[in-house]
Design a protein around this ligand. Structure first.
Ligand SMILES: [Zn+2]
Ligand SMILES: [Zn+2]
Length: 367
């Protein structure tokens, strides 16, 4: 009888453990597109954890305003502010002003050191949880000599430039089985990986053995065991760790869109494009840090309702510093960029030709 009771207790403990662990991992919210999100789902998903920063608009050095301490926590989290005292005050001090200036440099804003509207709007945007400044160093704009900002590369690496070793070019990835992801969701990640393999000698293969995969992908809620808790809807969306750690975590609380097409006006939604975030986080898995180039995949923020999955020249140049070029891509730096730029020139030429024809036609008409 005792044995049965013990077994029953063990079963109960296991059951509650299973309940608890599955509640932090399973069943992220996926929708094929914006219009498929049920209206009843949306009212619960409108709170941005950083909305309170709105009231700090206009704050500057020397002021003491309720909420500044929380803003300091934000800047500390993303690497802009050291925490020497253990807790932050609501004083807008010199250290915060310096943090705001570095933030403004990294996001190509006017370096005022004040919380002007454009700075606050940038701070509110959903973003990657990986810090912009790691261990006090960065090669984003704030780590560069300003006079060269517009002539040098903007991509960055983690301190020590970690990368997958040269004998490892065929890498594997797996999904946390507790998430029970559909084939449609897995295909989004396959597409995201292919954006990087197109330009490098790296290949990526999805395997089912989660424990042995080089890169492990999972959706989690709140605190999930790596001291980088997720914060609910918007705020931080995902984070990933540099080689050879290979962990890619996404926030379960987001409303993830897995198929195309964002319609106009959808930007007010809280829906996030999964592939856009996946391509960015894979960049971290491969060793890239954040970039100050707004078009780059490795730019830290992305608006809701935006699909951004094409690598920018800045991303390609950065990843090729780490791994070289794709030998199947003629070994050159960015042939497709050449084609894209060529087709852009071709379109421009066609526009010019039409312009000339129109001008000639108008001239004939006038006379
Ligand atoms: Zn990132
Ligand atoms: Zn994590």
């Amino acid at each position: 009888m005792n044995i049965h009771n013990n077994n029953f207790t063990s079963l109960l403990i296991f059951f509650f453990f299973f309940l608890f662990s599955s509640s932090t991992t399973a069943f992220p919210n996926f929708f094929p597109n914006i219009s498929s999100i049920p209206p009843s789902f949306l009212p619960n998903h409108t709170t941005n954890p950083w909305d309170t920063f709105n009231k700090l608009s206009g704050c500057r050095s020397g002021q003491k305003v309720d909420g500044i301490a929380k803003l300091k926590t934000y800047f500390h989290y993303f690497g802009y502010l050291a925490n020497t005292t253990g807790n932050f005050s609501d004083d807008f001090d010199d250290a915060l002003e310096a943090a705001v200036k570095n933030y403004q440099k990294n996001f190509n804003l006017n370096t005022t050191g004040e919380l002007d509207t454009s700075t606050v709007n940038q701070i509110l945007k959903p973003r990657c949880g990986v810090p912009d400044i790691v261990n006090g160093t960065t090669t984003m704009n704030s780590g560069k000599t300003t006079s060269f900002q517009h002539s040098v590369a903007h991509y960055s690496f983690f301190p020590g430039t970690p990368r997958w070793p040269s004998r490892r070019r065929d890498l594997t990835y797996a999904f946390d089985p507790r998430n029970e992801l559909s084939e449609d969701v897995k295909r989004v990640f396959a597409n995201a990986f292919s954006r990087w393999s197109e330009w490098t000698p790296l290949t990526f293969t999805n395997i089912s053995d989660y424990s042995s995969a080089d890169m492990k992908i999972g959706f989690y809620s709140g605190d999930h065991g790596d001291d980088e808790p997720f914060d609910g809807v918007l705020g931080t969306l995902a984070h990933a760790f540099a080689p050879p750690t290979g962990l890619l975590h996404l926030d379960n609380a987001e409303t993830w869109i897995i198929n195309d097409v964002f319609t106009s006006g959808s930007s007010s939604s809280t829906a996030m494009d999964l592939e856009s975030v996946a391509v960015h986080e894979i960049g971290h898995l491969l060793g890239l840090g954040h970039s100050s180039v707004e078009n780059a995949i490795m730019y830290p923020t992305i608006a809701s309702g935006v699909k951004k999955v094409e690598l920018d020249r800045d991303d390609v140049e950065g990843i090729q510093v780490l791994y070289g070029t794709n030998p199947e891509n003629n070994g050159t730096v960015g042939p497709s960029f050449g084609e894209r730029e060529m087709s852009g020139v071709a379109r421009g030429s066609i526009g010019l030709v039409w312009g000339v024809i129109l001008a000639v036609g108008l001239t004939i008409f006038v006379y």
